[in-house]
Design a protein around this ligand. Structure first.
Ligand SMILES: Nc1nc2c(ncn2[C@@H]2O[C@H](COP(=O)(O)OP(=O)(O)OP(=O)(O)O)[C@@H](O)[C@H]2O)c(=O)[nH]1
Length: 248
């Protein structure tokens, strides 16, 4: 029996992660515009100190404003989607209750890190977004999101020729890094790529509704650094759920 059967309010929870500026908000805006007549949708955004991403999506008019909510994560945005997902889980559950029954809740990470991933306790599936402007090598370098997210998006393929990136090669490298798991080349300027993205989400939703989708944990993020106000980077390690996490 799925959660949805138990309480009638459980949506497909789909995370969207990836480095800053690769197009997470744009992907969410695109999905909302193309799927909102088919599915009941909600969006949760994560930002460190602001609700900027939520404001962007509201200003684009992609959904009614009360279906777009911001979680302000404070110091470490990765923690809020991975190690202690309480704030996000509450936001998702509130949204599902307020608009029951929702079909899909999209959760945007506030990641400033190539290796941030969602906990399977928060989302049922996750997209990881790279863009060609970040360089053709990025896909080859791997990391948990690149290697094991349910779908890897290589975004802004319309920019390939301007940044000297061979998009086909970047996609092939990504497929290799993922052992053949799906990779989608995307541009908001190429409607056929948007159709493919929407079809992927439709199929995922259908599998989820049938109880045929099993959430996969891409694995924890690698050790990483945060720049601090005093200009000194301070490293810390993420080891699952039991680490102390201080920024002072
Ligand atoms: N050329 C081109 N630009 C794009 C495409 N998708 C997004 N962009 C642009 O890329 C920039 C970053 O997009 P966002 O959607 O804000 O990226 P993000 O990952 O949400 O950024 P953060 O929330 O700051 O991490 C914006 O200027 C978008 O207009 C695309 O397919 N092609």
């Amino acid at each position: 029996m799925t959660d949805k059967d138990q309480n009638g309010t459980r949506a497909l929870r789909l995370g969207v992660a990836g480095p800053v500026g690769t197009g997470k908000s744009s992907v969410i805006a695109t999905l909302c515009r193309h799927l909102r007549d088919e599915f009941d949708l909600g969006v949760i955004t994560n930002d460190i100190y602001t609700d900027e991403d939520a404001r962007f999506l509201k200003s684009e008019g992609v959904l009614p404003e009360d279906r777009i909510r911001a979680v302000e994560t404070g110091a470490c945005p990765h923690t809020a989607i991975r190690d202690d997902v309480t704030m996000n889980l509450m936001a998702v559950e509130d949204m599902e209750r307020d608009f029951a029954p929702l079909d899909i809740v999209l959760v945007e990470s506030g990641g400033d890190n190539l290796t941030a991933t969602f906990s399977p306790a928060l989302v049922d599936a996750q997209l990881f977004v790279l863009d060609v402007a970040g360089g053709g090598d990025v896909a080859r370098k791997g990391g948990p999101g690149i290697a094991r997210a349910d779908l890897l998006i290589i975004n802004k393929i319309d920019l390939g020729e301007y940044v000297d990136v061979d998009v086909a090669q970047m996609v092939a490298d990504a497929e290799k890094a993922r052992d053949g798991a799906p990779v989608l080349a995307l541009s908001r300027k190429r409607p056929e790529t948007i159709d493919r993205l929407c079809d992927w989400v439709r199929q995922l939703h259908a599998r989820h509704a049938r109880g045929d989708h099993t959430p996969v944990d891409p694995g924890p993020m690698a050790p990483h650094h945060h720049a601090h106000d005093d200009g000194h980077g301070q490293g810390h390690h993420h080891h699952g759920h039991d680490h102390a996490h201080h920024h002072d």
